[in-house]
Design a protein around this ligand. Structure first.
Ligand code: MEV
Length: 755
C-alpha cells in the first residue's frame, strides 16, 4: 500500500524511542510502524527482505554484475532539527556510528536540537576553452553573451525551468596551462537543479553550450563537466548545548566543553588532525548519503576540497565556549544531493528511507545531513575529551569477541560488559561467562526471589476454545519477583519496579494496568497498609503468547507469601492468579495461571464449560526453541476471526477442530512415551491446520522454515497467532535453531522441559 498516508511533516512522531537498541529487528520495525514512520508496505518489504536491490536490477545499473553486496541499515534516533523530529536512516559497516549519533542527538535535543539554514540547490558546470591571445579579454566576452548562453542551456532542459530551476548565471576564470603555458578560459555555468542531484543535467548543458563558448572565445573547448566542489550548495547547522548536559563518566560539564573546544582547535591548526576530524564528520554524512541513494564520493570530494579553501586543510566545524555556560558548535559544508531520480527509482530501501524522513526535498535533506555531520563530530570529540576512543574500541572488540564465541542475543550485552570488566577479552572467556549466565538462568538470581513459569502451547490452540484438548508446557523462571518490607515511617506505600520494562510506580487502586491489578491483589491479601517494594524481573517478552502476565502475578503472589508468611497453598495462589488474569484479559481459560503456579506440563480440556487439567508425565525431556516474531500476538482478534468463520461454516470448521483435537490426543501419547519424531510430525501437521485457519503471518512462516531447515523435528505457531511466537521441537538441534533464528534478527528462548 504505497499510498498509505504517513505522518505529515509537521506532525512527526517523536524520534525518542526508549530501549530501541534492546529490541529485536522485527520489534524495531513494528515500533516505527506503530509511530506512523513506516507504512505497512514498508514493514512488509523489510520483514520479507524484499527491500533489497534485486540482482537483475543491479545488472542494469553497472557492468559485469555478479550479485548484490549487503551492508547494515540502521537508524539514529533523537534528532530534533529545526524543531522537527527525524529518525535518520544510515547504511554503514562501522560499529558505534549509529549509537554515537543517537547519543549526541539526545544531548542536543535537551538544549533545543539542531538548527540548519536553508541550502541552495545550485550545481556548477565547467566549460574549458583553450585560446590563443589574451584569455582575460576572451573571458569578458563570455560575460557579455551571458543571456544567450543561459537561454541555450535552458532550452536543453525546459522541464527544469518549468520547475523553477535551470541555468541561472555564469562566471568566468582564466588560467595558464602548467605543461605548455597555453591560455585557458573556464566558464562556470550555475544551474539550480532543484530536487535532482543534477549531474547529468549539468553535463548535458555544458556539452550543449560548448559550441557557443568556442565561437565566443574563438578557442577550442576540451572539458565540459560539472564541478564536484559544490560551494553554491553550502549547508550550515548550529547547535547549543548547556554545559550541565555534558557532565558524565566522572567529568564535569566544563571540562568536557573545554576538551571539545581544544580538540576542534587542533583540527583547525593541524591538517593531520583535521583529516581524522573530518573523517568522523563524514562517517555520519556518508552513511546517510548511501541510505538516501546519494553519491557519497561526490559529497566526500566536495567536503575535503572545501576544507582546503583557505589554502590549508582545516576542520569543517567550529566549537566555542560561551560565557553563559553553553557549548556551541557549527558546521559549514557543501552538500549537493538529490531526492528524485537515480537509485531512488531503483533501490526499494532508498524509497523506504526517504519515507522514513517524511520525504524531504533536496534542500531540506542537505540541511539534515549537515546536522548529522555536526552530531557525529560532537560524539567523537566528546568521547575523545572524556573516556577516549579506545574505551569504545574496547567495547567494539568485546562485541566482536562475544559474537565469535556464539553468545546468544539474549545474553550478549551482559557478556560484553563482563568481558570488559574482566580485562580478558578472549573467546574462551566469553564462552565461560555465557555458560555461567546460562547456569544461573535455571535458578533464581537471588535467594530472595520467587519465580513462576510462563507457558507455551504445544498443540491444540484455538480448537481448545471449541471443547477440544490442548497441551501446555512450562517455561521455567519466566518471571522472578521479590518483595522487600520497608519502614512505613520513612517511605509509605507500595512501589513496584520492573527495571526491564522501565516501570517504577506506586501501587494504587485506580492505577491502570499492572499496578492497578496488583493493588486489588494486595487488597485481597489484606496487605494494603504495608510499606513495601516489589521488584519484578521478567525473562520473557510481553504480549508474545508466553503467559507472561500470569507468571508475573504468580511470582509476585509467591514473593508476598514468603515475605509476609501468609502460608498460601498452591491452589490458593492459582486461584488468586486466575483473578488477576481475569482482571487483565477478561475471559481466561485458566491454563496460563495453572502452568505458572505448578510449572508442570498440562493436558487441558473444557467439558461443558468445566475446565479439566491433567498433569502429563514426559517419556523424554523436551528440548524446545521458542522463536519470537516481535509482533504482538493478536489472540483476541484471531479468536474472533475464527469464530466469525465458524459461524458461517460450522461443519467445515468443526472438522478442522476435530483434526486438531485428534492430533493433540496423539501428541499426548507421544509426549508420554517420549516418541519425539512422532510428536514433531504431529506439530507440523497441526501447523498446517492453524494455517488453514489463517492464523499465520510471514514472520511466523519464516521462523518455522528456519527451525525446520536447521534440524527441528517439528515446528508450529503457538498460541493466538497473528504475531506472537512459534515453538520448535529440537532434540539435537536447539543451539543451531536458536542461532539461525537470532541471525535472522528475531529473539529466541531455549527451554528444556524435564520431569
Ligand atoms: C573514527 O571512525 C572517527 C574518529 O576518529 C573521528 C575523530 O577522531 O574525530 C573517532
Amino acid at each position: 500500500m504505497a499510498s498509505e498516508s504517513l505522518h505529515s511533516p509537521n506532525s512527526r512522531s517523536s524520534s525518542r524511542i526508549p530501549n530501541f537498541f534492546k529490541m529485536s529487528i522485527s520489534e524495531r520495525i513494528s515500533e516505527l510502524h506503530r509511530r506512523g514512520l513506516l507504512t505497512s508496505d514498508d514493514v512488509h518489504q523489510l520483514v520479507s527482505r524484499d527491500h533489497q536491490l534485486d540482482a537483475p536490477v543491479a545488472d542494469k545499473m553497472i557492468e559485469n554484475v555478479l550479485g548484490v553486496f549487503g551492508l547494515p541499515l540502521g537508524v539514529a534516533l533523537n534528532f530534533l532539527i529545526n524543531n522537527r523530529d527525524y529518525v535518520i536512516p544510515l547504511v554503514v559497516e562501522e560499529p558505534s556510528i549509529v549509537a554515537g549519533l543517537s547519543g549526541a542527538a539526545r544531548i542536543a535535543r535537551l538544549g533545543g536540537g539542531f538548527f540548519s539554514d536553508p541550502v541552495d540547490t545550485v550545481l556548477i558546470g565547467q566549460v574549458q576553452s583553450v585560446v590563443d591571445g589574451d584569455a582575460s579579454k576572451k573571458a569578458e566576452l563570455l560575460l557579455t553573451e551571458k543571456l544567450e548562453i543561459l537561454s541555450l542551456a535552458n532550452s536543453l532542459h525546459p522541464k527544469m525551468v518549468a520547475r523553477g530551476g535551470g541555468a541561472i548565471d555564469i562566471e568566468v576564470f582564466h588560467h595558464k596551462a602548467e605543461e605548455d603555458g597555453r591560455e585557458m578560459v573556464v566558464m562556470h555555468l550555475l544551474v539550480d537543479t532543484r530536487d535532482a542531484m543534477g549531474a547529468n543535467m549539468v553535463n548535458t548543458m555544458c556539452e550543449g553550450v560548448a559550441g557557443l563558448v568556442e565561437k565566443i572565445t574563438d578557442g577550442k573547448v576540451f572539458l565540459r563537466i560539472l564541478s564536484n566542489l559544490t560551494d553554491r550548495a553550502i549547508a550550515r547547522t548550529k547547535v547549543r548545548i548547556p554545559v550541565a548536559n555534558l557532565e558524565g563518566k566522572g567529568f564535569t560539564g566544563e571540562s568536557v566543553r573545554n576538551g571539545i573546544v581544544l580538540a576542534n582547535d587542533l583540527a583547525l591548526a593541524d591538517p593531520y588532525r583535521a583529516a581524522t576530524h573530518n573523517k568522523g564528520i563524514m562517517n555520519g554524512i556518508d552513511a546517510f548519503a548511501i541510505a538516501t541513494g546519494n553519491d557519497w564520493r561526490a559529497i566526500e570530494a566536495s567536503a575535503h576540497a572545501y576544507a582546503s579553501r583557505s589554502g590549508r586543510y582545516k576542520a569543517l566545524t567550529k566549537w566555542h565556549k560561551k560565557e553563559d555556560g553553553f557549548l556551541t558548535g557549527e558546521i559549514e559544508i557543501p552538500i549537493k544531493v538529490g531526492t528524485v531520480g537515480g537509485s531512488l527509482e531503483t533501490n526499494p530501501s532508498v524509497k523506504i528511507n526517504h519515507r522514513l524522513l517524511g520525504s524531504p526535498g533536496a534542500a531540506e535533506l542537505a540541511g539534515l545531513m549537515s546536522a548529522v555531520g555536526l552530531a557525529q563530530n560532537f560524539a567523537a570529540l566528546r568521547s575523545l575529551a572524556t573516556s577516549g576512543i579506545s574505551q569504545n574500541h574496547m567495547n567494539l572488540h568485546a562485541r566482536s569477541v562475544a559474537s565469535s564465541a556464539g553468545v546468544s542475543e539474549e545474553h550478549f550485552e551482559t557478556v560484553v560488559e563482563r568481558l570488559i570488566e574482566s580485562g580478558e577479552i578472549k573467546v574462551w572467556k566469553a564462552q565461560e561467562i555465557a555458560k555461567d549466565i546460562a547456569r544461573k538462568i535455571v535458578r533464581p538470581d537471588s535467594a530472595d526471589r520467587e519465580s513462576a513459569s510462563g507457558k507455551i502451547i504445544l498443540l491444540g490452540e484455538h480448537a481448545a476454545v471449541y471443547g477440544r484438548p490442548a497441551i501446555a508446557l512450562p517455561i521455567p523462571l519466566a518471571v522472578e519477583a521479590s518483595v522487600r518490607k520497608r519502614s512505613s515511617v520513612s517511605n509509605k506505600g507500595i512501589d513496584v519496579i520492573i527495571p526491564r520494562w522501565g516501570v517504577e510506580q506506586k501501587v494504587v487502586p485506580e492505577a491502570p494496568g499492572i499496578p492497578g491489578i496488583m493493588a486489588q491483589l494486595i487488597h485481597n491479601l489484606e496487605l494494603s497498609k504495608e510499606a513495601m517494594t516489589i521488584e519484578v524481573f521478567p525473562n520473557v517478552p510481553k504480549a508474545m503468547g508466553l503467559g507472561g502476565s500470569s507468571a508475573l502475578a504468580v511470582a509476585i503472589i509467591k514473593a508476598l507469601n514468603k515475605t509476609y508468611e501468609l502460608a498460601l497453598k498452591d491452589a490458593e495462589i492459582n486461584a488468586l492468579a486466575y483473578k488477576c488474569e481475569q482482571a487483565a484479559h477478561g475471559q481466561a481459560s485458566g491454563v496460563d495461571n495453572t502452568v505458572a503456579t505448578y510449572g508442570v506440563p498440562l493436558f487441558y480440556q473444557k467439558e461443558r464449560d468445566d475446565p479439566h487439567f491433567e498433569t502429563l508425565t514426559l517419556g523424554q525431556p523436551l528440548e524446545l526453541v521458542i522463536g519470537i516474531t516481535g509482533k504482538e500476538s493478536l489472540t483476541a482478534e484471531m479468536v474472533a476471526r475464527v469464530r466469525a468463520s465458524w459461524n458461517q461454516h460450522k461443519g467445515r470448521y468443526e472438522s478442522i477442530f476435530d483434526q486438531i483435537g485428534s492430533l493433540t490426543n496423539q501428541a499426548k501419547d507421544a509426549v508420554q512415551s517420549g516418541q519425539l519424531s512422532e510428536l514433531g510430525e504431529l506439530m507440523n501437521l497441526c501447523h498446517g491446520y492453524l494455517n488453514a485457519l489463517q492464523l499465520s503471518t510471514p514472520e511466523i512462516e519464516e521462523l518455522i522454515h528456519l527451525a525446520r531447515i536447521n534440524g527441528a523435528v517439528g515446528a508450529k505457531l503457538s498460541g493466538g497467532g497473528g504475531g506472537g511466537s512459534i515453538v520448535a521441537l529440537c532434540p539435537d538441534s536447539a543451539n543451531q535453531v536458536a542461532r539461525a533464528i537470532e541471525k535472522a534478527g528475531y529473539k529466541s528462548i531455549s527451554v528444556k522441559v524435564d520431569e
